[in-house]
Design a protein around this ligand. Sequence first.
Ligand code: ATP
Length: 248
Amino acid sequence: VQVETLLEVNNIEVIYNHVILVLKGVSLSVPKGGITALLGGNGAGKTTTLKAISNLLHSERGEVTKGSVKYRGETIHELDPAALVKKGVIQVMEGRHCFEHLTVEENLLTGYYTRSSGKADMMRDLEMVYNYFPRLKERRKSQAGYTSGGEQQMVAIGRALMSKPETILLDEPSMGLAPQLVEEIFEIVRDLNEKEGVSFLLAEQNTNVALRFAHYGYILESGRVVMDGPAADLRENPDVKEFYLGMS
Ligand code: ATP
């Protein structure tokens, strides 16, 4: 069966402040309907890769100096976030980034801004989000800044879902969360993938959990992809076991 490729990152180089070469030719692809993991330790370049895809490097004085990023064959790394969302791609940033002073529900509704269909659609999508995140429904009137870290991660993903994305770029969803919550979040990601058909590119330091839920993985070290393969193969790979899964 021919699987359709959505996102194609081809040999990108990223430089910060005109001098610091951080990505040294990264290539990866994200197929439709897959969960693709981008793995690697602290500072390997995962966040930089996601930001290069979604054109979020400028504010950090970073730029893509080589290579290309294509979505369904079109160059996208120069689009602004709203244009990218219209193409079906949205990034959930590391560190969750809720509007702390808005309620949970208001936060979710801000995710709807790029769409032009009516209120009925909006309410239906909100129900869809609550269906995946029943906890957010319980807390919908709470001020987001006062919810737990796990709930804020859910808000961030839920808000992204409100834009009806085809692909979510998810940065380090496990960060700072207790293992049980990490599990809960990844199960929801899997559900969204299977039931809503959302494709994911997911940056994670937690190789163990990511390789259990992803279909395919890329391992980054110092700005280069050093290994890639089906998640099941990576899990069995002796080097991955030794260096990333802490088993030897
Ligand atoms: P983390 O898990 O810590 O987010 P990461 O794999 O996502 O790690 P990046 O955040 O992409 O890594 O960082 C890759 C490298 O780029 C690191 O060495 C980091 O210090 C450097 N870097 C990141 N942002 C900047 C910046 N704005 N200016 C200069 N260097 C930066």
